[in-house]
Design a protein around this ligand. Structure first.
Ligand SMILES: [Zn+2]
Length: 304
């Protein structure tokens, strides 16, 4: 079981149906939970999937449309009732903070934990760096200010080649800097290059969450090669005009972004309620990009 995985809480779009819940996703990285969007019902789905409220540290809102936000007052009230401790940070636009402060000031006045807001803007910026995970925003094109989020693991340290370090007499107190890429200089001035003393670590894993947006060909270069990309697929090509008018994407357009970014896998979602068969999204995206995953509430996808 991977220690970096994506839990889908809701993968429907604006109109609630009995089949899908509104948008919400939980990114689990080494035991810490990061929520992206919190549509209505997210707190129930969170519990159904046996996720632990105590491990939730950050909530990232992509934009201020109801299907991505309306679950938040309920979730925060529940956290307060449950006696959550520590700190929870909500990353949102300025207006999001103003609205939430008003609602929560009325319904959840007594919090057992520290609730903090981080004001984001529609810009490319690293907004969180925990040392092991970095989160950056990328502006998307929707009817209101919207950002996508890219979760990137810190580049791991290089692996020590014990035999070579022993041979060249590298002392223990130098190991940290050798792992970080430094060369070793012997007492006689001989320089032993780092590549002899270490082997490269596996690259850090990456997840991109891109919802909601018009098709943006330029997005691929901004996101770069990620292991897993969630890109909204609200419509199929039969509704391409609708997608353009409503600032959403079709499955084929999402697949083009995944292909051009060099992503390994594409996770579809934000399915419009007008379609009954979700496999059609995978089929249409699959014409452009080979590795497409069908989404559903309760799905867990490893980032690898
Ligand atoms: Zn939406």
């Amino acid at each position: 079981m991977s220690d970096f995985r994506i839990h889908t809480l809701g993968c429907g779009s604006a109109k609630p149906t009995v089949k899908h819940q509104p948008s919400s996703t939980v990114v689990e990285h080494r035991g810490t939970l990061y929520m992206v969007d919190c549509g209505e019902g997210a707190q129930l789905q969170f519990q159904k999937q046996r996720l632990k409220f105590g491990r939730l540290r950050h909530i990232f809102l992509t934009h201020l449309h109801g299907d991505h936000v309306l679950g938040l007052p309920g979730l925060v009230s529940t956290l307060a009732l449950g006696g959550k401790e520590g700190k929870l940070t909500i990353h949102t636009f300025k207006e999001g903070k103003e609205i939430l402060e008003q609602i929560l000031g009325f319904f959840a006045r007594e919090l057992s934990f520290e609730l903090d807001y981080d004001i984001i803007r529609p810009e490319e910026k690293v907004i969180l760096d925990t040392g092991s995970l970095r989160v950056r925003t990328i502006p998307l094109k929707h009817r209101v200010p919207t950002v996508g989020y890219v979760f990137e693991e810190a580049e791991p340290l290089r692996h020590i080649r014990r035999d070579m370090c022993d041979f060249h007499g590298v002392p223990v107190f130098r190991m940290r800097e050798i792992k970080e890429g430094a060369d070793f200089v012997k007492a006689d001035g001989t320089v032993i290059p780092n590549e002899i003393l270490t082997s490269p670590a596996e690259p850090g894993r990456k997840y991109a969450h891109l919802s909601d947006t018009l098709y943006m060909p330029e997005l691929a270069a901004k996101v770069g090669p990620v292991d897993l990309m969630f890109h909204e697929t609200t419509y199929l090509r039969d509704n391409a005009d609708n997608a353009r008018e409503r600032f959403h994407s079709t499955a084929g357009q999402a697949a083009m972004v995944a292909r051009d970014a060099g992503a390994k896998r594409l996770l579809t979602g934000h399915y419009s309620s007008r379609y009954n068969d979700d496999s059609l999204f995978v089929k249409e995206a699959g014409e452009v990009f080979p590795c497409v995953l069908q989404n559903r509430e309760g799905l867990i996808t490893d980032v690898r």
